[in-house]
Design a protein around this ligand. Structure first.
Ligand SMILES: [Zn+2]
Length: 313
């Protein structure tokens, strides 16, 4: 026998079914825009099916030479969350956001994620950080390549989860579970990567661009110098001669090269000194094998460990 409250409940349910039947699925897909492929990969890892993630800097492009096109402004349309590297690395985003009226994705809004917040930064320049992000130099405030320490993915993904839950609180359980699973997998991988590079602890390296301080600190490597002093300016012959001496004197066996940077200087140094020249992925998609955040590290660690394991040059 059905009691009166139960009857009322059945009636309510029937009405609710009728009301919701014609509506889109209650789990709205959240539009997320990330400035870089690395942040986009982390957003996809934690958001899963809850979000569609778009990226501004194309994979394979030099992020520090990137200039937005009108289509990038269009990408912000209907975006609920914007994720940026900060620290001046994607300084051009401020202009785009100011052209875009939606306050929720502007600085201070619930959908605005500066992924550098909370990261223990390296190479910090001075104490007065320009919080408006108007310093239009990619290394203006500190070294911005912090995603290359995989342990920083915990902080970055935490900020992404917070933004998604502020917009879609009903997704809390799913997204927390996704993040937990991703960080567990990452944690196991970090242990593997550390053990692959452990025999090369303290290995001395030269890099073309100053990309690797976070990676080097995590894996106990010693980057002695960068070939390029200023973005886009090739080294002088005198500087190349000094670097060649450093490579010989310090027994540097490997030179790291960003795939999108000119490699004439690195090639010349490798020929002169016998050091091996290898291309590592500074960002997801800059090398085909680095298809996502995890495979970026797998590729970089394996390539570097192989080069360091090869006999003396
Ligand atoms: Zn850089």
């Amino acid at each position: 026998m059905i009691t009166r409250p139960a009857k009322a409940f059945v009636a309510f349910t029937a009405v609710a079914v009728l009301l919701f039947a014609g509506r889109p699925a209650p789990a709205e897909i959240i539009r997320v825009v990330a400035t870089t492929t690395d942040l986009a990969s982390l957003a996809r890892a934690v958001a899963g099916e809850l979000a569609s993630v778009d990226v501004m800097i194309p994979p394979g492009a030099d992020p520090e030479a990137f200039e937005p096109r009108p289509s990038d402004l269009a990408k912000l349309k209907d975006a609920r969350i914007v994720i940026r590297v900060g620290l001046g690395y994607d300084h051009w985003l401020d202009k785009l956001l100011s052209l875009h009226a939606d306050k929720t994705i502007n600085r201070g809004g619930v959908g605005y994620v500066d992924a550098s917040i909370g990261i223990p930064l390296l190479e910090v320049k001075g104490r007065s950080l320009d919080v408006t992000g108007n310093d239009s130099h990619a290394h203006g405030l500190a070294n911005p390549h912090y995603w290359l320490d995989p342990a920083n993915a915990g902080i970055i993904s935490g900020a992404i989860v917070e933004a998604i839950c502020a917009i879609a609180p009903q997704s809390l359980a799913t997204i927390t579970q996704n993040r937990k699973r991703f960080l567990a997998q990452l944690g196991t991988s970090i242990t593997d990567w550390e053990s692959m590079l452990n025999p090369h602890r303290g290995a001395k390296l030269i890099a073309y661009h100053n990309t690797w301080p976070y990676f080097a600190r995590r894996f106990r490597l010693d980057i002695l110098d960068a070939i390029e002093i200023k973005e886009g300016v090739p080294p002088s012959p005198a500087r190349l001669a000094r670097l060649a001496s450093t490579i010989r004197e310090q027994k540097v066996r490997v030179i790291l090269q960003e795939p999108f940077a000119p490699d004439d200087a690195s090639q010349l140094l490798a020929r002169r000194t016998g050091a091996a020249l290898i291309r590592l992925a500074p960002s997801v998609g800059s090398i085909p094998e680095a298809a996502d955040y995890l495979s970026l590290f797998s590729y970089n660690v394996r390539t570097l460990a192989d080069a360091l394991s090869a006999g003396p040059n």
